[in-house]
Design a protein around this ligand. Structure first.
Ligand SMILES: [Zn+2]
Length: 172
């Protein structure tokens, strides 16, 4: 079961961000002594063309559409490289598989609001998180290393109107 795919939001900034991120990915591979292969680049492209959160299996399908020689093993080996390089964010919502999201280059902390009914993840700018994390850590003499806020929610649109764009997207 995947997360619904929202309307594509392709802008000049997205394309610029993608090109910059691709350079970062190449540099990262070189630094780690890993080869820059067509398969790895296809996986990168598939991740960065995806407007929303995706699973490893969804990434596999889309990477194969770009380069049919991409194997499942290559996708599962490349995903950790993408997350370790900071280009892709890994999101664990307590299921037996993870979700991923290509970094849009934003520096603001994001909170995740999950719709349990529609199986949709919203990324919301939450600049207060950094302040809050710093403040509570300081109280116990620590410094924050990573910050995570996840809100698990129910869909009011679905309850009131018996329909929601994210619900129908998942069904279709
Ligand atoms: Zn909904």
């Amino acid at each position: 079961m995947g997360v619904s795919i929202g309307k594509p939001r392709v802008t000049i900034t997205d394309t610029e961000n993608r090109e910059k991120s691709k350079e970062t990915f190449r540099d990262y591979l070189n630094r780690e002594g890993l080869r820059v292969t067509n398969q790895r680049l296809a996986i990168f492209d598939a991740a960065f063309r995806h407007p929303e959160h995706f699973t490893a299996e969804e990434l596999l399908d889309q990477a194969r559409a770009i380069d049919h020689s991409v194997s499942r093993a290559t996708v599962y080996r490349t995903l950790p490289i993408l997350t370790e390089s900071g280009l892709v964010k890994e999101i664990d919502i307590g299921r037996d598989y993870k979700f991923y999201l290509a970094s849009k280059g934003d520096k603001t902390e994001q909170a995740q609001v999950l719709c349990l009914d529609c199986d949709h993840i919203f990324e919301i700018d939450a600049p207060f998180m950094e302040w809050y994390a710093g403040s509570v850590s300081q109280k116990v003499g620590l410094e924050p290393e990573a910050i995570r806020l996840q809100v698990h929610s129910r869909c009011t649109r679905l309850r009131r109107n018996h329909q929601c764009e994210h619900y129908s997207a998942r069904q279709g």
